[in-house]
Design a protein around this ligand. Structure first.
Ligand code: 5AD
Ligand code: SF4
Length: 473
């Protein structure tokens, strides 16, 4: 299966649609006395946030101003997630609630996009039960959004485009509208080849495909020139970056090239996969001064039997070995992970192995999820006879273990001096600014000379479970 690189001619067509709409909008704006407005809402992961920024870039090019709420908007775009049922129900709930708005203002255009709608059964459901939705487009059609919106605005009743072959697309040259501030997402690849048995992502985002390294370097240079200082490289599995490219380059080589871009900035990346994370990667992280000593390495379960049924391709022992190596190379490494509790057939003993691993390793941050059945995935047809209450109790037990470990790790920072990037204001008066450490930990800070968007040295004065409190030195 070969990915499709969208030609520059096709991209130019999309710019033409954007210009058509911009002209239409300029005329409408004259009549109503203000620019037309667009509202976007995102569910799910950073990848989805990055996609919404591309949609926002196109909306901006089409002459829409940012609306603060759906009520104010002429166009509403809801970018959905399919990873867990909860995210789906929330998105559908929000769309349901928009039916009143649509009745009151039939001229508002409601668009639904992203992972949820790329699932086979969803378009039918929206056709039948959500008549207020005007445009539906899947992850593969994101780059065609201007054309789809144009069709709707010029008379098509409802526009559905959830086509696209699983190999997927790479589309370069479309606009991106970021939030400003210090942080930026930078997608380096799309899709996933791993087919973990619980996960819907490979079905809705297609196969792994890497962006050309030159394009990535160029985008990083632009971000640095625009003043972004905290840049996160995104991919479902960044450790397999480059495998599909003609250029012989892997993720570590890419990091070295990005680290060489001049400027004062930090590079983070997510997500890594224990099956593909290599010693070379950790050596490279240690050697690159702009690469944050931060690693998000999901292990999902501490039980080898469950890992096997999840099709994760590693054992708990391998995971331990990776962490030991990484910590040896980077003693200050900040570590986070994803865990699924209640995978089909998980026994008390399996769960205890997960909890023991959390206790042993000591993560700075943990993203813990209750297993959610996704139709079409292999795990959906595995026997699952553990009652919900049992899973819930395990989940809470795991959080207690994690909180104890985090408190101890946080306390250990008391009195230490840390380099932070000041990135916003906090609600507190005693420590009025927020910042992030190189490892991504939240610090509320106070003192002279602190400025949003700049790096500073702070001494940690006190700690809580979720926050460090520091003063500039
Ligand atoms: N149920 C619960 N959690 C899931 N994740 C992915 N699929 C599921 C599912 N079906 C979690 C994994 C992954 C994170 C992004 O979401 O832990 O790492
Ligand atoms: Fe899903 Fe596994 Fe791919 Fe992550 S690596 S997106 S969990 S299939």
């Amino acid at each position: 299966m070969q990915k499709t690189v969208v030609s520059q001619e096709q991209i130019a067509h999309q710019y033409e649609y954007m210009q058509f709409i911009a002209r239409m909008n300029a005329q409408k704006a004259e009549v109503c006395g203000h620019k037309l407005r667009a509202f976007t809402q995102t569910f799910g992961c950073q990848q989805n946030e990055a996609d919404t920024q591309r949609i926002a870039g196109m909306l901006d090019e089409m002459g829409y101003e940012k609306a603060e709420s759906a009520q104010q908007a002429d166009v509403i775009v809801i970018n959905t997630c399919a990873v867990r049922e909860h995210a789906e129900s929330r998105a559908l709930g929000n769309v349901g609630a928009l039916s009143h708005l649509k009745k009151a203002r039939p001229d508002v255009t409601i668009c639904l996009c992203g992972c949820m709608v790329q699932q086979e059964h969803i378009p039918e459901k929206i056709k039948k039960s959500y008549p207020q939705v005007d445009v539906v487009f899947g992850t593969h059609a994101l780059w065609r959004f201007p054309e789809l919106l144009y069709r709707r605005l010029t008379g098509d009743k409802r526009v559905f485009d959830t086509s696209g072959d699983a190999a997927g697309y790479i589309a370069e040259g479309l606009p991106v509208l970021r939030d400003g501030g210090t942080k930026a997402w930078l997608s380096i690849m799309y899709g996933c080849n791993n087919f973990c048995t619980y996960c819907i992502v490979p079905y809705v985002r297609g196969r792994e495909r890497s962006r050309d390294p030159q394009q990535i370097v160029h985008e990083l240079e632009q971000l640095v020139a625009e003043g972004y200082k905290d840049i996160t490289l995104l991919g479902q599995n960044v450790n397999s970056y480059g495998k599909d490219l003609d250029t012989p380059i892997d993720f570590s080589d890419l990091l070295v090239r990005l680290n060489a871009v001049p400027g004062d900035f930090l590079l983070r990346f997510m997500t890594s996969h224990p099956k593909d994370a290599s010693h070379k990667l950790f050596d490279t992280m240690a050697a690159c001064d702009k690469v944050a000593k931060q690693l998000h390495l999901p292990f999902q379960s501490g039980s080898d039997a469950i890992l096997k049924r999840m099709n994760r391709g590693y054992t708990a022992a391998h995971y331990r070995e990776l962490i030991a190596y990484a910590r040896d190379k980077m003693p200050d490494l900040t570590l986070s992970s994803d865990i699924i509790v209640g995978f089909p057939g998980e026994t008390e003993q399996d769960f205890e192995q997960t909890r023991a691993l959390v206790d042993e390793i000591g993560f700075d941050m943990l993203y813990t999820f209750l297993y959610s059945k996704r139709s079409g995935t292999p795990a959906a047809s595995m026997p699952d006879d553990t009652p919900h209450e049992v899973k819930q109790e395990r989940f809470e037990r795991l959080l207690r273990t994690q909180d104890e470990r985090v408190q101890a790790r946080q306390d250990a920072y008391a009195g230490k001096c840390l380099r932070v990037l000041v990135d916003g204001t906090s609600k507190g008066t005693e420590y009025p600014l927020t910042a992030r450490t190189e490892g991504g930990l939240l610090v509320c800070c106070a003192g002279d000379g602190l400025k949003i968007g700049e790096f500073a040295q702070v001494r940690i004065e006190k700690t809580s479970l979720r926050c460090l409190f520091g003063r500039s030195v």
